[in-house]
Design a binder for this molecule. Structure first.
Ligand SMILES: Nc1nc2c(c(=O)[nH]1)N[C@H]1C(S)=C(S)[C@@H](COP(=O)(O)O)O[C@H]1N2
Ligand SMILES: [Mo]
Length: 386
């Protein structure tokens, strides 16, 4: 026996607006949707990578790879660029489909009700992710919750809702994927702007927001970086600064009698002169901030693994690094074995051949490959073998 799905009671239609034209039909929605879906997929995957590099769970700490050295720069650049590109795409998509808010009957069956609910979750999660992500790039947090865990959790919700949406809409997506397939218009065609003009307009908007921001990390386009909060060339010693020494409460006075303490089997202390007398290594590595800007620079200092070895640590041990900064989320940082052991990982004393400025972490800062900027700890005073 076939079980009939329950039906909802029918009401007479209220006076709702009606729509016509190709700009709100399923093919337009599909055309915009595939680009939006692609942007969100790239944003999601690179975001998950970013999250695990920044907050590795215990089982990942010592297996996260420190190579390729430019890895995080590329994935985080893509994360922020795809998120920014998704904003005009989301507006366009919502505009294309908003007439469906007015379909009548509003709910025809339980299945229809669930489908509408899933779209509501998709839209809410999408707006939330792009909005919080964009505000994070300018470090503005006008909400009571902590950004990282909530942005990360809602990302999974968004991705799940997107998969469900694609599955539910699969027949329509397939029917409208190519422009040659016969369009089954749900709305009467009327005079007005054609679909191609709309899509060109959207492409122009995406191109414009991308071109004026992507230079914050893709340096060949640096001169077009007009809208991004950071410019890769603006900052002392040719490098942007996120947290100033003054904000962190680090002054010339604080660093006056600085010593590096390394805690391990054979703990020791070094003055800046003693540290400078150890073998120095020069590497070219980027600072790649989670907020989207990145810039490569030449760093000189002592290898982290040499410092750990001197404390009696076996090769491939993890390390905890503590900053002089009094408080702040990035005062203490842990570095897994692969990073600590990498010959490119330094306790840097110089930037571009000059002594680090106070804002760049004088007397000593961490610089390591394939690593979020927040973990490139400045004003280091203590390292503990874990
Ligand atoms: N002690 C400490 N180190 C820190 C931070 C911080 O807040 N405290 N901010 C980090 C962030 S978010 C970035 S992107 C880089 C920026 O490095 P720069 O100022 O040398 O360019 O430093 C990192 N090091
Ligand atoms: Mo950062």
């Amino acid at each position: 026996m076939k079980i009939k799905p329950p039906r909802l009671p029918r009401l007479s239609a209220p006076p709702l607006p009606s729509f016509s034209g190709k700009l709100h039909d399923a093919r337009t929605a599909t055309s915009i949707g595939r680009w939006l879906g692609l942007a969100i997929a790239v944003c999601f995957v690179t975001g998950v990578i970013s999250h695990y590099l920044q907050h590795p769970p215990d089982y990942l700490v010592n297996v996260l790879p420190s190579r390729p050295s430019w890895g995080y720069r590329v994935t985080q650049g893509l994360h922020v660029a795809s998120g920014i590109a998704a904003i005009p795409l989301l507006f366009a998509k919502l505009w294309a489909v908003y007439p469906r808010l007015f379909v009548w009957p509003a709910l025809t069956s339980v299945r229809h009700a669930l489908e509408r609910l899933s779209v509501a979750v998709l839209v809410a999660a999408g707006v939330f992710e792009l909005f919080t992500g964009l505000l994070n790039t300018v470090q503005w947090y006008p909400w009571p919750f902590s950004f990282v865990p909530v942005h990360f959790a809602v990302a999974w919700l968004l991705f799940g809702a997107l998969i469900l949406h694609i599955a539910v809409k699969y027949p329509e997506i397939r029917a409208h994927w190519t422009s040659r397939s016969p369009g089954t218009l749900e709305l009467p065609v009327a005079e007005g702007p054609d679909r191609r003009s709309l899509l060109r307009g959207i492409a122009a908007a995406v191109g414009a927001v991308t071109l004026t921001t992507v230079g914050q990390s893709f340096t060949p386009l640096g001169r077009f970086d007009l809208l991004a909060p950071r410019h890769p060339d603006h900052g002392t010693q040719g490098l942007p600064v996120n947290r100033l020494a003054s904000t962190a409460g680090v002054t010339a006075l604080t660093v006056a009698d600085w010593r590096l303490t390394v805690v391990g089997k054979r703990s020791y202390e070094l003055t800046l002169d003693e540290l400078g007398a150890l073998p120095q290594t020069t590497v070219t590595l980027p600072i790649a901030c989670v907020e989207g800007w990145s810039k490569s620079a030449e760093w000189t200092g002592v290898r982290v693994r040499d410092l750990l070895e001197r404390a009696g640590a076996r090769p491939g041990t993890a390390v905890r690094v503590v900053s002089m900064e009094r408080r702040g989320a990035y005062r203490v940082m842990e570095m897994g074995a692969d990073y600590a052991d990498d010959p490119l990982s330094l306790l840097a004393l110089r930037l571009g051949g000059q002594v680090l400025s106070l804002d760049h972490g004088f007397p000593a800062r961490i610089i390591a490959p394939n690593r979020p900027g927040v973990l490139q700890t400045k004003w280091v005073s203590r390292m503990e073998v874990i």
